[in-house]
Design a protein around this ligand. Structure first.
Ligand code: ATP
Ligand code: MG
Length: 419
């Protein structure tokens, strides 16, 4: 038997309707906020991620699915959603459209990670990007959008963590102060963090290893070292969150795993889905567009992990309803009524009623057995009497009740059964 690659998952028909409902909510909420969908390729030139995401990040240095194609081009499967959108923004000259430009995407994401609950090698993200505003109003807008998604699902067990990691100039100074502090604690830092010390000290604050966390607890806070502009931005955003009744905690050590972040960073975290609790991560990336060759365009956005959102929904006991599955099975008494039954099926489908009919050539008895096993709510039999009278009996499998209906009343009756 050929097995599924490690760290990937099938979404079976018994689960896919949940995905469809989740995606429907993403689309609805995005549209309410004026975000439109963008679809970019599943793979891009490797260079895009080297420049966009950053060579010292875990994603680029360890986790990318990179290969040479048959034309010897270095290609990488998307390890995140934003860089591709930024590339498209530049390549399609979207900077000259009416700004801000607000876009959303739903995409598979590939990272070579150690698979565990909530951590896959192929996962999926819903994300939004707002290009062309450096105002805290834009930060607020994307935070409100993410929060609205959680509200739609009745999730109250997530909390918003927020921080500001400064612009390149104040971060440079902070990095020096942080490095000085960390240098005194190298014996307590893990090997990876020792390697990061001079390349990317900020990332040490994101290490989940206990001894590194202890070092972090006393580390200088970037918020105390922000330049006046960054501090003003941060304070204004906090005021806006307060005014909008958004609950949050300021986490002075929150950093994100991608180099492109500047200024505001945030996460929505849940404590009910184990250690992979970050369901949504985002922030501002004012330099990404220039990094990938465009004109200076400030941007803010987030990525939400769909598999983690599903874990969270399940932990919350969220009830998905499969309202697309047919509830009526049309059984034919014998084959001579099949063509007539098929006409009925076609008529009902035309009226928007989902129904199934035998496509195997089964006996009447076998059709009923199948319908029962599959869990149809009703069975409608087509036989001699029905064809002669144009009246049909619809039998409820669960209660045994029968309804005798005119052909013209069938569609309405079945539609009402869903409610
Ligand atoms: P983590 O710290 O958990 O590794 P991250 O900072 O790498 O997350 P992002 O790159 O910000 O995550 O991705 C946005 C969201 O996508 C995360 O908040 C998470 O919900 C989800 N996500 C990230 N990596 C994975 C993965 N390997 N499997 C499943 N979901 C993931
Ligand atoms: Mg990660």
């Amino acid at each position: 038997m050929i097995r599924i690659p490690r760290g990937t998952k099938d979404v079976l028909p018994t689960e896919s309707y949940k995905w469809q409902q989740i995606e429907k909510i993403f689309r609805e909420v995005s549209n309410l906020f004026g975000f439109q969908e963008i679809r970019t390729p599943t793979f891009e030139s490797t260079e895009l991620f080297l420049r966009g995401v950053g060579e010292t990040t875990d994603i680029v240095s360890k986790e990318m699915y990179t290969f040479l194609d048959k034309g010897d081009r270095s290609i990488t499967l998307k390890p995140e959603g934003t860089a591709g959108v930024a590339r498209s923004f530049v390549e399609n000259g979207l900077a000259s459209s009416a700004l801000p430009l607000k876009m959303y995407y739903i995409t598979p994401v590939f990272r070579y990670e150690a698979p565990q609950a909530g951590r896959l090698r192929e996962h999926h993200q819903f994300g939004v990007e707002l290009f062309g505003s450096e105002s805290p109003y834009a930060d607020l807008e994307v935070i409100l959008l993410a929060r609205e998604i959680f509200k739609r699902f009745d999730i109250s067990s997530v909390f918003l963590k927020i921080n500001n990691i400064g612009c390149p100039s104040c971060r440079k100074k902070y990095n020096e102060i942080l490095t000085e502090y960390l240098k005194k604690n190298t014996d307590k830092l893990c090997q990876t963090c020792n390697d990061r010390l001079y390349k990317n000290p900020l990332r040490i604050l994101d290490c989940k290893i206990d001894s590194c966390e202890i070092v972090k607890a006393d580390a200088p806070k970037i918020i105390d070292h922000l330049c006046p502009d960054c501090l003003k931005h941060h304070d204004f955003l906090i005021q806006l969150l307060d005014a909008s009744n958004v609950e949050y905690v300021i986490d002075p050590y929150l950093v994100r795993g991608l180099d492109y972040y500047t200024g505001t960073v945030f996460e929505f975290v849940s404590s009910v889905i184990g250690s992979q609790g970050t369901v949504c991560g985002g922030g501002r990336y004012n330099n990404l567009i220039t990094e990938v060759g465009g004109v200076n365009t400030p941007a803010v956005g987030f990525g939400m992990g769909i598999e983690r959102l599903i874990l969270l929904l399940e932990a919350n006991g969220y009830k998905f309803v499969d309202d697309k599955k047919p509830i009526v099975y049309i059984a034919t008494y014998n084959q001579s009524y099949y063509v007539y039954a098929l006409q009925l099926v076609t008529l009902l489908r035309k009226e928007g009623v989902a129904v199934e009919i035998d496509v195997v050539g089964r006996s009447f008895k076998a059709q009923l057995k199948y319908a029962n096993k599959k869990g149809f709510k009703f069975v409608l039999v087509v036989g001699e009497n029905e064809v002669a009278s144009n009246k049909f009996s619809l039998k409820n499998f669960e209660t045994g009740e029968e309804f005798l209906l005119d052909k013209k009343d069938l569609a309405i009756f079945i539609k009402n059964q869903r409610i």
